[in-house]
Structure formats: structure tokens, C-alpha cells
Write a protein that binds this ligand. Structure first.
Ligand SMILES: [Zn+2]
Length: 116
């Protein structure tokens, strides 16, 4: 599994940290050495990520909110489809921008589609 971390104290970002699902989340920030590192929910779209449940749920919520996609049933297929719709149209620049976003900015983007 690839995880992204962000320090809530100094804002240091550590993306693409490879860990086993069994591993405990890293707490110590490599920059300020405080135990304020937090796992970020969203991974950059180009990173292979199998843990899409949370993102999928957020995306589904967002999709309902903006009323763009009609959902007939809750299924993995639908989640993947929404995920593709949200990430599918990004160019390299936007993808990089998304990867450099803070946790809050990413959440806002997924929830509202705004911020890019
Ligand atoms: Zn830090």
C-alpha cells in the first residue's frame, strides 16, 4: 500500500510512503521531529492505490451533491466510475497540483469539485 502523510505541525508532506496494511501509521515527522504526522486520505491519482473505499464514498457524496451522475445502485463498479470521472479529466499539471494539495484542499476538491 502507498500512503501519503502530512505533518499537522509544520505542513511537511511525505507522499508515496510504501507500507504494509498491517503497519502502524508513521507518526514522526522527518522535518520537525514531532509526532504530528497524519495519514492523508487521498492519494495522488497517478499512484496506484487499492484503498479507494473512502475516496469512493466521498466521490459518491460529491456526485450526488452536484447531481451530475445518476446512481442507480451502490456498487464497486459505480465507485470506480465516479473515481474515473473525478480524476479522469486531469492533465499532468492538475494531477501534480492535486498531489501537492493539503488534506483540506483535497477534501474540498473531492467534495465540491473546486480548487483546481
Ligand atoms: Zn513536521
Amino acid at each position: 500500500m502507498i500512503y501519503d502523510y502530512e505533518c499537522s505541525y509544520c505542513g511537511n508532506k511525505q507522499y508515496g510512503v510504501e507500507q504494509s496494511v498491517k503497519d502502524k501509521p508513521i507518526k514522526k515527522c522527518s522535518k520537525c521531529n514531532k509526532l504530528t504526522l497524519e495519514r492523508v486520505i487521498l492519494s495522488p491519482p497517478m499512484v496506484k492505490c487499492t484503498n479507494i473505499t473512502t475516496v469512493g464514498q466521498l466521490a459518491e457524496k460529491n456526485a450526488k451533491k452536484i447531481g451530475k451522475y445518476a446512481l442507480s445502485e451502490r456498487s464497486e463498479k459505480n465507485k470506480n466510475k465516479i473515481e474515473k470521472n473525478i480524476y479522469g479529466n486531469l492533465d499532468k499539471k492538475q494531477t501534480r497540483k492535486l498531489a501537492n494539495m493539503s488534506k483540506k484542499q483535497k477534501e474540498k476538491y473531492v467534495m465540491t469539485g473546486e480548487g483546481l
